[in-house]
Design a protein around this ligand. Structure first.
Ligand code: HEC
Length: 123
């Protein structure tokens, strides 16, 4: 990771990591490792939404660095890539979590949106 110096790549990797951190917060509550806290849930979902909205622009520029896991197919299937980012954003916005039991299904829906893009566009 220390090898990556390109700002575009660093920024999008940071965005992805920020999203992973939000899933960890939600996951810890889902597993009961952390008390259910609706304010923390709202914050995590808001951060996810924000980061998801930034994805299409972050991957607009083609950058080839050995450490990047972004596949060239992103550029060939720009519309589909953007749609997958929008699906994630829409799911994060629409998520209604009012108790701990809602977290599992919410995480599956959000995680499914992450995987659907990684499956096609990440090495
Ligand atoms: C629209 C496509 C898309 C969506 C949606 C998406 N990702 Fe990614 N993700 C990528 C691509 C492409 C890469 C590879 C980026 C690179 O290496 O330059 C990546 C890389 C990552 C990485 C590795 C970052 C690093 O430091 O190398 C993590 C972690 C990650 N994603 C987490 C997530 C999580 C969590 C979600 C859902 C909340 C998510 N991603 C949703 C496309 C997506």
């Amino acid at each position: 990771m220390a090898m990556v110096t390109d700002e575009t790549v660093l920024e999008r990797m940071d965005g992805m990591k920020t999203m992973s951190e939000q899933l960890k917060v939600l996951g810890a509550m889902a597993k009961g490792e952390r008390n259910f806290d609706s304010a923390a849930v709202e914050t995590a979902l808001a951060r996810l939404t924000e980061e998801a909205a930034r994805i299409p622009a972050q991957f607009e520029k083609e950058v080839i660095v050995p450490k990047s896991e972004a596949l060239p197919e992103i550029r060939e299937n720009r519309e589909d890539f953007t749609e997958k980012a929008e699906t994630l954003e829409t799911r994060a916005v629409a998520m209604s979590v009012s108790e701990a039991a809602d977290l599992g299904p919410a995480l599956r829906r959000i995680g499914g949106a992450c995987k659907s893009c990684h499956g096609d566009y990440r090495e």
